[in-house]
Design a protein around this ligand. Structure first.
Ligand SMILES: Cc1cc2nc3c(=O)[nH]c(=O)nc-3n(C[C@H](O)[C@H](O)[C@H](O)COP(=O)(O)OP(=O)(O)OC[C@H]3O[C@@H](n4cnc5c(N)ncnc54)[C@H](O)[C@@H]3O)c2cc1C
Length: 407
């Protein structure tokens, strides 16, 4: 067993969540390793693709705490207003950065650009990288976790006090542990692209609910909008096969002409939409973060933001444990993490699911209720303020990184 490599922490998965927590842990002064199957600078890296990610104000603060925000900001577009409406109904709601006394409600950046910044930061870190390499087996015991890694046909063994599962929605670690997950399929898919509007986007993000499914338009660099168009699952191929003019027409039909006439559609990709909840986010010497712990409908642009808050909380409890000379993988540390995350994960999951379902319910009474809800949101500053805080990801007890503080 002489060639067994020993670390304090082992992160499985080097997507958006895995690389974020690796960068955060670099300053804690413990030995950390990360395992990722796909080269992080490869165009095929599945987590770093061309989807536009809306980062909340709270996520900006976490990235500031990690020391990575300066590298993300050149490609990030601030959101100054959020405009929420429903096609064919009178209600509208507006959220405004100035009213919340912040520079922006959030920012939009491509997952690829966020991934690039995180990868560059990792290259200059103490974090040991196994990449491309795959975690193929692990065993948790009282004192440590022992993991088997495969790279280029060879296997090696590493041990750690804590295994952090950042291996995505289909998490092999979660499945091997037998942690139950519950999926509700929406029978919808998201078609993602980008478009050039006829007018300046004015740093406004649009959430538009229609009977065909919701549409999100996110302001981006070069006056483009990132588009997330929700369509029935059985029509995905049809939407992907449309020529650009016909695709633009579909978006235009849903949003109208408030952004002018769209032109120049970018590449299109589709993602199935499911909500995935897990029964637990910890097990013996294992903590789940990001999509391994929960996956959401992108309607409210909250999935990665929620994952970053997992990371900020986990890093907080690990840092405290290390400073007090405690075992970072102990039951007590993991319990603190699980308790801390319960409320946030529950309320965001419920809110996102509720939004996805209520706005796709064609019943007359439900539609009238939705309009009334949007009007009430617009008219009642208290309610509007609370919804804005939700979208900004700053409700509840904030860990040090969530307050923009270093560890
Ligand atoms: C259309 C769409 C739009 C979205 N928009 C937003 C938004 O606006 N705002 C927002 O906050 N969120 C958004 N999200 C959600 C966000 O994209 C996800 O929350 C985020 O990508 C999850 O990252 P992750 O690292 O947890 O998982 P993943 O991206 O799935 O990464 C997992 C990584 O683990 C690696 N891996 C898996 N198994 C192993 C193994 N055994 N060994 C080694 N490596 C392994 C994989 O190669 C991969 O790189 C959106 C999602 C979609 C689909």
């Amino acid at each position: 067993m002489s060639d067994v490599k020993e670390f304090d922490l082992l992160i499985a998965g080097g997507g958006l969540a895995g690389t974020s927590i690796a960068c955060a842990l670099d300053s804690v002064g413990i030995s950390t390793a990360i395992i990722e199957s796909v080269a992080m600078d490869a165009s095929s890296q599945p987590s770093f693709d061309d989807r536009a990610i809306a980062l909340s104000w709270g996520s900006r603060r976490i990235f500031e705490g990690i020391g990575i925000w300066d590298a993300i900001t050149p490609t990030a577009t601030p959101i100054h207003h959020i405009h929420i409406s429903e096609k064919g109904r009178f209600g509208q709601a507006h959220l405004d950065a100035q009213e919340e006394s912040v520079e922006a409600l959030g920012y939009v950046a491509l997952a690829r650009d966020i991934g690039h910044a995180l990868h560059q930061r990792m290259l200059n870190s103490q974090v040991h990288r196994f990449c491309p390499a795959t975690l193929i087996d692990f065993k948790a015991a009282d004192e440590k976790v022992t993991a088997t890694i495969e790279a280029q046909g060879k296997t090696e063994t590493v041990t750690a006090k804590l295994l952090i599962a950042a291996d995505g929605k289909e998490s092999g670690i979660r499945q091997a542990l037998g942690i139950e997950s519950h999926e509700s399929a929406y029978n919808q898919a998201a078609i993602v692209s980008n478009l050039l509007p006829g007018k300046p986007h004015g740093n406004i993000a649009y959430e538009r609910f229609t009977t065909e499914g919701p549409l999100a338009l996110l302001p981006m660099t070069d006056n483009r909008f990132g588009v997330v168009l929700t369509v029935p699952q059985e029509q995905v191929e049809e939407y992907l096969a449309l020529d650009d003019a016909a695709f633009i027409e579909q978006v235009q039909k849903r949003i109208g002409f408030r952004c002018g006439r769209f032109r120049q559609a970018g590449k299109r990709a589709s993602y199935p939409l499911v909500l995935m909840r897990t029964e637990a986010i910890t097990a013996q010497r294992v903590a789940l973060v990001g999509n391994a712990a929960h996956a959401l409908h992108p309607i409210s642009g909250q999935g990665f933001n929620l994952g970053l808050r997992d990371i900020a909380a986990l890093v907080d409890v690990i840092t405290d444990a290390i400073r007090q000379d405690e075992d970072p993988g102990s039951k007590a540390v993991l319990q603190k993490y699980a308790e801390w995350r319960k409320q946030d994960v529950r309320s965001i999951t419920l809110a996102t699911d509720g939004l996805a379902r209520i706005f796709s319910n064609p019943l007359v009474g439900v539609g009238a209720g939705r309009s009334a809800g949007l009007v009430a949101t617009d008219l009642l500053p208290g309610l509007r303020h609370r919804i804005a805080k939700h979208a900004m990801g700053v409700l509840g007890k904030q860990p040090r990184l969530g307050r923009g503080l270093p560890l």
